[in-house]
Design a protein around this ligand. Sequence first.
Ligand SMILES: Cc1cc2nc3c(=O)[nH]c(=O)nc-3n(C[C@H](O)[C@H](O)[C@H](O)COP(=O)(O)OP(=O)(O)OC[C@H]3O[C@@H](n4cnc5c(N)ncnc54)[C@H](O)[C@@H]3O)c2cc1C
Length: 468
Amino acid sequence: MLLTIFKSQLVKKMENIVGAENVLSSREELCIYSSDSTNIINADELAQAVVFPQTAMQVSEIMKYAYKKSIPVVARSAGTSVCGACLPKKNGIILDFSKMNRIIEINKDNLICKAEPGVVIEDLKKEAEKYDLFYPPDPSNLKVSMLGGSIALSSGGPHTFKYGSTKDYIIDLEIVTADGKIMHTGCDCSKNVTGYNLTQLFVGSEGTLGIITQAAIRLIPKPEAKRVMLAYFNTLEDTSRTVNDIISNLITPSVIDLIDKNTIQTTESFYPSGMLTDKEAALLIEIDGFKSSLDEQYEKIIEICKNNNSDYIQTAQTPEEEERIWISRRSSFGATAKLAPNVVTEDVVVPRENIVPLVKGIREICSRYNLKTCIMGHIGDGNIHPNIALDLRNEAERINFEKAKEELFRLAISLKGTLSGEHGIGCEKSDFINEAINADCISLMKQIKKLLDPKNILNPKKIFPEVK
Ligand SMILES: Cc1cc2nc3c(=O)[nH]c(=O)nc-3n(C[C@H](O)[C@H](O)[C@H](O)COP(=O)(O)OP(=O)(O)OC[C@H]3O[C@@H](n4cnc5c(N)ncnc54)[C@H](O)[C@@H]3O)c2cc1C
């Protein structure tokens, strides 16, 4: 009874702040917000209200109220996190940013864009292109994922090898703190060493330190031209050596991604694009820059691939062929979903020299636990995504997956790597963070969290199992 009164007070307060049309509170609606792209359904821990703010002032008022009443608040953009990062784990309020979706300005002289957290990444990229500018971060689900979530996870994507990830493009954030203050962490200058780098503290913090209500983003000139190719190999060793040889020949491809045999076969059966299905692996390579510089790089890459026993190389001859290769690459997660009711994608990262033992180890672990696995990822960054297809309703399969996941994380750590390169920790990997980071660093991180969020209301139970 008490809980019901409390809930209705909360909903009423939210409606006062943002208007009744911007608050959801029916059980059905709250259930929808109890999941993301992780296979975790959180029906026991539903939020009490989903709120759609439209200004930083509204977010500030919500946070002041939540702080006073010690109510948990989870920020959510598109809800596509694959680590349970935006799930409510202690009831409370979900702040859905999909209605704060304005691109405020693009300043071509300063190479800066200002935008709100609900802007879809693809829209941001297209808007930048109108000014001949380029925003490189490109998570594969860029058609739906949004700026706020991608900043809070420091999302990457295929172009990170040459251009870096989201963290390399954020120069200022408007943040609403746990107790409702609105502050800016940086300024409009792309260079800034005035004080601590608070901007980078909030990037990748998974909504656990503050709420992002606006970002200033560094843009770069759009490359004049690009060329996309797929080179096929019969062994992982040849594939990996090719990557090293390309780099040691002073070529930095804008993309250099690995697609393994299972991924090629699964993707081809889902979206036929003419990929060769009998090869051990393919490298998706894109080079970009001035038109005049591409031929020389292209010829050198072809020579290196051939020297490393690649006997078939497909080069896109038209923008349509390029697009077909990209659709195929971006479909790999969805294609894996054809194999079983659930797909879990992991995100381990190792120094590039350890890629071959990592990929072979993943295959060995998954085959021992009888799990169907398609492996792809950003080989240039040492960041590999095993997409594991399974039926989580089957208890034995679920237990096997949990054991395999544990071994996978330990394998990556033993190869001088870590748990996540770009997807984040959320609640899916939080039990393993103590193995990946030393105790002093964990303790420092928890102190920072406590300082910025003394009541532990910002996205609780994420990154660390529980902040005491
Ligand atoms: C098919 C598929 C492909 C993917 N491919 C990639 C990929 O190539 N590279 C990659 O890096 N990731 C990838 N992802 C993972 C993920 O979708 C991306 O990282 C994405 O950018 C998250 O954006 P989102 O808007 O969905 O965030 P959400 O899932 O809504 O939120 C993610 C995190 O950000 C926090 N957050 C959201 N908004 C705010 C805010 N305003 N203030 C503070 N915190 C906030 C949330 O609390 C949560 O912790 C993929 C996911 C899927 C399902």
